[in-house]
Design a protein around this ligand. Sequence first.
Ligand SMILES: [Fe+2]
Length: 174
Amino acid sequence: MAYELANFCADARASLKAKPLAGALDDMAVNLRKLLANSDFVRETFKDDTPVGKRELFHDAETDFYVLAHVQEPGKKGNPHSHGNSWAIYGNAKAFTEMTEWRRVNGENEAAHVLEQSDLYKLEPGQVRAYGPNVIHSTRHPHPAWVIRVTGTDLDHLPRYHFNRNRDRILEQA
Ligand SMILES: [Fe+2]
């Protein structure tokens, strides 16, 4: 039987309740891969004319995680950010997400963040990656992309890092 959204949500809740975060993130990443392999789920969630933006597919009242469907605007490049004390898992359903991870190279006590690129890769259709608390990353979507994002809480209401171009700096690649 195909792995459905309801299976994913039930398994995610069980993992989050039973395991330390790292183990739960590993489980959810494996399970999100299974969900994305269900072509009926992808077809029911995204259509070619689904407008750009985010849609909530599920919120778990017990553990507070969200499952969100994003239609990414082509050509959009996001700024470096973290998810604060929460976490997120990104899974791609169409086109790709170009992901950059950033390392902070200056002291935590300074207001400005100086960032250096630590990794750069693509998440292709069916590929999934989990990001734990405070990992600084940014995304770029050259083409119209469909993304499932699972987050530990409502990230819009969470204190977290956002790149500020008047304060922060990115070191050029050597
Ligand atoms: Fe993010």
